[in-house]
Design a protein around this ligand. Structure first.
Ligand SMILES: Nc1ncnc2c1ncn2[C@@H]1O[C@H](COP(=O)(O)OP(=O)(O)OP(=O)(O)O)[C@@H](O)[C@H]1O
Ligand SMILES: [Mg+2]
Length: 330
């Protein structure tokens, strides 16, 4: 449904997008991840015909976005990064205006607007002036606008940014529903959002595609190296020495700050030696589960494990692995 081939965009001296290619088949929700300035919004602006490319080609639903832009735009719903709205208009007036611009047939306008108001949870603010709405509600109006002409393709640039946790949940629910019938390209910085919504993820870094896979496989790259967090009662130096002797353990670090916090909160007495409590971050060898060996080693040495848990991979971990450790993973 979306085909991007060798796309590049240069702003004066820098390549914001540097020769990227990807396809989004119909019905897929593709997550677009990347640090600030990676080129996500630029790519989206080109796909939605808001901006010309320096080179390369993009087609949406078979229409070339440069040569057949009007036809392509008819099937695209776009929620830009900063939702542009007419703040003096009322919500329903604005959506009516937008539906006219987008050529929604006159007799369908009312029902389409009703559906979008309902879907985006803004029925009760439909008569309100947009300028008086909170940020989250404006975001919803932007989403309703993107949907009003019933587009086959949705391009959503950080749709949950600036929303409160309840609204994030609701908007994610809306996107999930929308994705059942439509093709969605969604940019975000939030990893759980990608896991929850997307069938596939593209990580873009400095204008280039750094990785492309399912969320589960990408997380595996990181969790395969099994990061553990371990809270242990015992002399910190001795515990560290023992941990380092375990052959599946690659890296051990003592999270001293955690200890300080606990003492500050008076959860623990200010102890040292065998009653000392420390938290260790441990990186194990790739694909290895070292928990059993760690447990046995601690028991043998009479150190007490207060807690042992897998550290959840974060977006930062993935970026770190993909952009530094595994340069060029595709
Ligand atoms: N109009 C412009 N003129 C010059 N440089 C620009 C322009 N728009 C974007 N850039 C640059 O292009 C690069 C990519 O920007 P882009 O907005 O696509 O990043 P992004 O991935 O969306 O980042 P963010 O997560 O911060 O939204 C950045 O270095 C940015 O400074
Ligand atoms: Mg952006």
């Amino acid at each position: 449904m979306i085909k991007v081939e060798n796309l590049s965009k240069r702003y004066t001296s820098v390549f914001a997008v540097d020769n990227i290619s990807f396809h989004v088949p119909g019905g897929e929700i593709l997550g677009f991840l990347g640090p600030n300035g990676a080129g996500k919004s630029t790519t989206m602006k080109i796909i939605t015909c808001f901006m010309p490319a320096t080179s390369g080609s993009v087609s949406v639903g078979g229409f070339d976005v440069f040569n057949d832009s009007i036809k392509a735009r008819r099937i695209i719903g776009y929620l830009p990064e900063n939702v542009p709205l007419y703040t003096d208009m009322r919500v329903n007036e604005y959506l009516l205006f937008r539906s006219k611009i987008k050529d929604v047939p006159r007799r369908e306008r009312k029902s389409k607007i009703g559906e979008c108001l309902d879907l985006c949870g803004i029925v009760n603010v439909q008569d309100q002036i947009i300028g008086t709405l909170s940020k989250g509600y404006r975001q919803r109006v932007g989403l309703a606008d993107a949907l009003v002409h019933d587009p086959k393709v949705l391009i959503l640039d950080e749709p949950t940014i600036g929303l409160d946790p309840n609204q994030i949940r609701q908007v994610r629910g809306i996107i999930k529903n929308l994705g059942e019938k439509r093709t969605v390209l969604l940019s975000t910085h939030i990893l759980p959002e990608v896991e929850m919504l997307c069938n596939r993820v593209i990580i873009i870094n400095k204008g280039k595609i750094a990785a492309e896979d399912t969320p589960a496989n990408l997380l595996d790259i990181v969790t395969a190296s099994s990061n553990l967090s371990l809270e242990i009662k015992g002399d910190s130096k001795k515990v560290e020495e023992v941990l380092k002797t375990i052959d599946d353990v690659e890296y051990v670090s003592n999270r001293i700050t955690a200890k300080r916090d606990l003492q500050k909160e008076k959860i623990l007495p200010n102890t040292s030696g065998k009653d000392e409590v420390n938290t260790f971050d441990i990186e194990c060898k790739k694909g290895v589960d070292a928990r059993e060996k760690i447990f046995n080693a601690m028991v043998q040495n009479k150190f007490i494990i207060l807690e042992m848990k897998k550290r959840a991979a974060s977006l930062e971990d993935i970026f770190y692995h993909i952009t530094t450790k595994e340069e060029g993973v595709r």
